[in-house]
Design a binder for this molecule. Structure first.
Ligand SMILES: [Zn+2]
Length: 333
């Protein structure tokens, strides 16, 4: 029986065999491309499960080495640290606890991890919201508006203190204008600009998908919201401009956040920049997959891996995901 249509309308032959199927697209995701977010607190001997992020924890710094051990044994290569201040008295408008060696859970954790796991690539989230009493990501004016210049100066100070403690990658998530240039300036002035990378949360949208994270980081804004600095969801132009600007200011990596609902933005940013693109599969995405699996709607492993392959197809080079512990078991290398 001859086909009724031209031969090139028949596609099945191209992926009839498992090997030819694999030629149709690269689905490789490596353990070294995963970054695991860890929430470290100023408490003592405390490991608390985050209700809205089942399976994820806030860990006091004294437990961080023990917490990481099984992950390192399974091939963990990189983490991103988020500081959580549980003692509200340590929070103030200048976010002073962020750079206070006696308080900062991030600085303490970096020092411990560097010593115990010298091969782990340590990224540090840089923002003020976890340390300010108002919960905003920058320094405010007397009218409670963002003071951009004061904010980026303070973010530079945080970046320097994390870098001097030993962080390999500084990752500012605040969305203040021009902070990449300021952070680069500070790092080069300190003589460490060539060995500390900057990963910009460049294209970060104001999103409902961060809900569980705010529980995790204790960083919700006490008034107003973050739409003055995080990007509006429909904006493609701003997302690409922000990535190009941050590349121009010296970012070694740019980021799109959230990931899954913004696949089109990942592709546009990927096509526009000449630095690797990181994608943050955020807490709400994690929770959606988790609850869908618990409800019997999807198989968790298949769902998580397909979600990452989608990010990769869109142009993602590096994945920040709360599913890193599971992926270290699922992935071969
Ligand atoms: Zn923030």
């Amino acid at each position: 029986m001859y086909p009724s249509q031209p031969y090139n309308h028949y596609l099945h032959s191209g992926y009839a065999n498992p090997v030819t199927k694999s030629w149709q697209g690269d689905s490789t995701i490596l353990k070294s491309q995963l970054i695991y977010p860890i929430f470290v607190t100023d408490a003592v001997n405390t490991k608390t499960e985050i209700k809205s992020l089942p399976g994820q924890y806030q860990i006091s710094t004294d437990l961080v080495i023990e917490f990481m051990k099984p992950l390192v044994e399974k091939g963990l290569k990189s983490i991103i640290l988020f500081g959580v201040i549980t003692n509200t008295e340590s929070k103030n408008p200048q976010a002073t606890s962020a750079t206070d060696k006696n308080i900062s859970p991030v600085i303490k954790s970096i020092e411990l991890i560097k010593k115990e796991y010298p091969d782990i690539c340590i990224c540090t989230d840089v923002c003020l919201c976890a340390y300010t009493n108002h919960g905003h990501c920058g320094i405010l004016t007397s009218d409670n508006l963002i003071d951009n210049e004061k904010s980026i100066k303070r973010l530079g100070e945080l970046s320097l203190s994390f870098a001097l403690a030993g962080a390999h990658v500084i990752a500012p998530s605040d969305m203040m204008d021009c902070r990449i240039a300021e952070i680069k300036r500070v790092l080069f002035e300190a003589g460490i600009g060539s060995r500390v990378a900057v990963m910009s949360y460049s294209s970060k949208f104001a999103s409902c998908f961060y809900g569980p994270f705010r529980d995790a980081a204790g960083s919700g804004a006490k008034f107003g919201d973050r739409s003055a600095y995080q990007l509006p969801a429909p904006s493609r132009q701003l997302a690409v401009r922000a990535a190009l600007r941050d590349q121009e200011e010296g970012a070694d990596f740019v980021m799109v956040k959230p990931a899954g609902p913004y696949l089109d933005i990942i592709r546009e940013v990927k096509d526009a920049v000449r630095v690797p693109v990181c994608c943050y599969q955020v807490s709400g995405e994690y929770a959606m997959l988790w609850h869908a699996a618990v409800a019997g709607g999807i198989d968790l492993k298949s769902g998580v891996i397909e979600s990452l392959i989608s990010l990769k197809r869109a142009g993602c080079d590096i994945f920040i995901t709360y599913y890193t512990p599971q992926l270290l078991e699922w992935l071969l290398q």
